[in-house]
Ligand binder design. Structure first.
Ligand code: ADP
Length: 395
């Protein structure tokens, strides 16, 4: 009999879940869904294994709008469909594992204390990752829980690439170092690369995870050597509404001359910048491509330029480039941005196959010419499957 694996990905305003059933090969999705709009107007939606919508409701106005209620509601909905079948293990996405957690961990009281100690490093995310663990301990006391970290994949980075050039105490005593994020996505890509291209799997590969949040990583033999995100998920590429890397002197200027306080600066850097800030139109790539406003084109060109520059920077960190992989919402779907990036990387040996790039598909595919020195692929990511695999393996 197959087993059930529940995957939870909880953020500040939403909780996503996927329920997997184990098979001889990879676990398969039975249901996936989410509660969005927490604290405002929570909406629950879910799809089944065939991607058909099986739930779509706005919660009544008189019920609590918080995480606790949302999780209980989702679990009750799932249990109605499971006919008494038990969940074997629950896997959680946890944003920050600090320097101490470099692999998935079984939840114990010690682990929970360790995660709580990491809250100062990710105050906006870590509490929302920890809370569902505690609620599920109460609701499903017999189900083991496993935490899967977004930082873990990057712990293989050499010290050279993990440090800021601050006095050493800031790294050693305060934990101010470059951790990197989106690790579950990179780990998934690294896990499927051997079946797609052995040279890429064993060699020098840059993966571009381009979504609302975007980052890139340089892999050597499947292990991370360098990544664009740093202490927080603000560094590196510009994103939907985040600015990406910025001269620290700008922040000093905002404080000292424009008299902005920390909260205002946080809002500016996280919510008002990136594609939205540059275009003044939207944070969504599709809107920008659809617009005839020159600012929209400037924003998309800016994004592609930064991806091209970071590719070259990561290639320097891994000693060259055998393969470039595009993944996540923009990477998987936006042929315009992919072409823009690839054209800027011709000097590195990237030769795009324009026809292959224009094909729309949910499958992994090669989009470079057969004689391109650098092989370029589009590979859909699957962070939930990675968590399900890790949770099962951790048992
Ligand atoms: P998140 O970081 O929230 O998981 P996603 O990986 O879903 O984000 O990526 C969202 C981004 O993907 C948005 O900018 C969206 O415009 C872009 N995107 C999705 N589909 C397309 C498409 N067909 N063409 C261009 N961009 C797309």
């Amino acid at each position: 009999m197959s087993d059930l694996v529940l995957v939870i990905n909880a953020g500040s305003s939403s909780i996503k879940f996927s329920l997997f059933e184990t098979t001889a090969a990879d676990p398969q999705v039975l249901y996936k869904g989410q509660m969005e709009g927490l604290y405002v107007e929570p909406k629950f939606s879910a799809k089944d294994a065939n991607d058909e919508k099986v739930a779509n409701e706005t919660l009544p106005a008189d019920v609590p709008k918080n995480h606790d209620y949302a999780l209980r509601h989702m679990l009750a909905w799932l249990q109605q469909r499971l006919g008494g079948r038990q969940i074997k293990v629950i896997g959680h996405r946890v944003v920050h594992g600090g320097t101490q957690y470099s692999k998935p961990e079984r939840v114990t009281p010690e682990l929970l204390a360790g995660l709580e100690a990491l809250i100062p490093l990710a105050p906006l995310h870590e509490p929302h990752n920890i809370a569902p663990i505690k609620i599920l301990q109460d609701l499903l006391p017999d189900a083991p829980q496993v935490t899967c970290f977004d930082t873990a994949f990057h712990t293989t980075q050499p010290e050279l690439n993990q440090m800021f050039a601050l006095p050493l105490d800031f790294a050693q005593k305060e934990g101010i170092r470059r951790y990197g994020f989106h690790g579950l996505s990179y780990e998934y890509i690294a896990s499927v690369l051997p079946q797609i291209d052995t040279r890429a799997a064993e060699g020098r590969t840059v993966v571009a995870h381009l979504g609302n949040g975007s980052s890139m990583a340089g892999l050597l033999g499947g292990a991370c050597q360098a990544t664009t995100m740093g202490f927080t998920a603000l560094e590196g590429l510009p994103m939907g509404t985040r600015c990406g890397s910025i001269d620290g002197g700008v922040l000093l200027h905002l404080m000292n001359h424009l008299k902005m306080d920390a909260k205002q600066i946080e809002t500016l850097l996280y919510k008002e910048s990136g594609l939205l800030g540059l275009s003044g139109i939207s944070s969504d790539m599709r809107d920008l491509h659809a617009s005839s406003d020159p600012r929209a084109k400037f924003a998309t060109d800016y994004f592609a330029r930064r991806v091209a520059r970071e590719t070259a920077s990561l290639a320097a960190a891994i000693g060259g480039l055998d393969c470039l992989v595009f993944t996540a919402g923009i990477g998987e779907n936006d042929d315009i941005t992919r072409a823009n990036v690839c054209h800027q990387l011709r000097w590195l040996g990237v030769e795009l196959d324009e026809a292959a790039n224009a094909v729309r598909s949910g499958e992994p595919r090669r989009i470079s010419l057969a004689d391109s020195k650098v092989a370029v692929y589009v590979i859909p990511t699957n962070e939930e499957l990675m968590i399900a695999r890790q949770a099962l393996a951790a048992l």
